[in-house]
Design a protein around this ligand. Sequence first.
Ligand code: FAD
Ligand code: NAI
Length: 498
Amino acid sequence: MAMIARLLPNLLSAFRLFSLHLANQNSQKNMQYDVVVIGSGPGGYVGAIRCAQLGLKTAVVEKYKTFGGTCLNVGCIPSKALLDSSEHFHNAAHTFTTHGINLKDLKVDMKQMIARKDDVVAQNTAGITYLFKKNKIDSFEGVGSFVDKNTILVTKADGTTETLSAKNVIIATGSKPTALPFLPIDKKRIITSTEALNIKEVPKTMVVIGGGVIGLELGSVYARLGTKVSVVEFLPSIIGTMDAGLGKELQRVLKKTLGMEFYMGHKVTGATTKGKTVTVTADTPKGESISLEADYCIVAVGRTAYSEGLGLDKIGITVEERGKKIPVNEHLETSVKGVYAIGDVITGAMLAHKAEDEGTYVAETIAGQKPHINYNLIPGVVYTWPEVASVGLTEEQLKEKGIKYKAGSFPFKASGRAKASMDTDGFIKVLADAATDEVLGVHMIGPRAADMIAEAVIAMEFRASAEDIARTCHAHPTYTEALKEAALAATDNRAIHI
Ligand code: FAD
Ligand code: NAI
């Protein structure tokens, strides 16, 4: 008894400490913020940083362990890392001897390629952690959901919760791969882009469903490494939303350089897996059924806005039936005052730079400024080789709108720089208003088009004429001279080098 009496104070104190620990774990802390951002992708993290720069007390809620969303973790960055690696391999295998460089026993070390990609991702996601600290942004790991329009519940993986009070909320929850209802994704052989970034060996064969951006970028990665890639596309052309000339040229080059096969106008009807083989069935344009066997099938038929688990019903927001997008007004505010939405989860292009600009836009709106986004001038890029890039109106759109225009184009085969680097496929096309010469669209397929398109975007932001570009001095020899030449061709059909 005496012993128990002696130990009792210690036991009580240990019990008190344990209870306090439990209470802390389940506590409903109510922290106050000017802005709570749900989601840390390019929309969310840029929005949060801009809010903090403007002096707003800001928190970010992210359900994944690392920041950066789809873009940094399973999208833009890892896909470009693999595109760069596979491009090195392809060049070493196919163009080095022409350059006078002979290599023996060239091999792909897929594990190392994936490990380097993971390292690139880690560097980028760590960069966001650093930026959040630098800008004094609080971060909470867990699923964010609305209790009411000013209260966000954060539910962590272990089930514990925290509550945040917010004067304003920015929903930046992004998107997820669209699945075909008749084609279940098993994530092993029938996969999405996420799994395609982690295949640990070079497959012999691969079917890609969807000749859009993801299908062609990831298809290129594996085709460059030696995989026989077949693309099955529902529409008559690949990258169907871009200027028609671009898809036509890209298809020609990918077939020529990488041996990619294209099944255009084919309607996929199903896919089954047996052991390590996937069989994809599709209907041809004539209605006949074909089947394609492969080691893997990537389903890349678009992405769907992601707003599950947000508790939108609690604040009276209904998502659109088709595409599940959250409706917003011209200020990117939802039907609920003080609740904004940006990026892939709302209407418009599903692109990282569009999400980033919307993050900045909403932060500045909350801070009382009057920002602006020019949605007509959001560039689109496909990181194949040659790269494809586009801004403004396509020829098809100009015709549809009845706008009279002049077109000038310049092929890379006439560019000295492109000849030197053996990148002579592709062209640049400049479309200008027939009456005023204002540049209305620039469409390019060629070396480093992804970087070159910025010149066209800036020119168009300043409402340049084709002649303005044509009379601007471009360094020689550069790929950008092709833009000057295309502008010359559009101005007065006076390109110099063709
Ligand atoms: P996301 O980046 O999707 O981020 C949303 C975040 O919200 C995620 O981290 C998610 O975990 C989190 N989240 C969701 N719900 C909750 C919740 N309830 N609580 C807490 N957190 C939540 N775009 C380009 O511009 N260039 C490219 O080269 C490019 N390449 C791509 C390659 C691939 C393979 C893919 C799949 C996409 C690519 N994209 C590219 C598209 C780009 O990734 C997206 O447009 C961009 O990431 C959208 O940003 P976001 O901020 O709207 O959403
Ligand atoms: P996408 O919309 O670019 O292409 C999907 C393609 O699949 C379309 O051509 C469509 O016609 C086709 N398709 C749809 N249903 C089909 C079916 N049943 N059978 C055959 N084909 C079918 O979508 P994707 O490639 O999945 O990319 C999703 C989003 O990610 C895009 O909106 C894009 O903006 C973004 N992204 C951007 C990148 C970039 O900027 N470089 C890179 C990768 C993705």
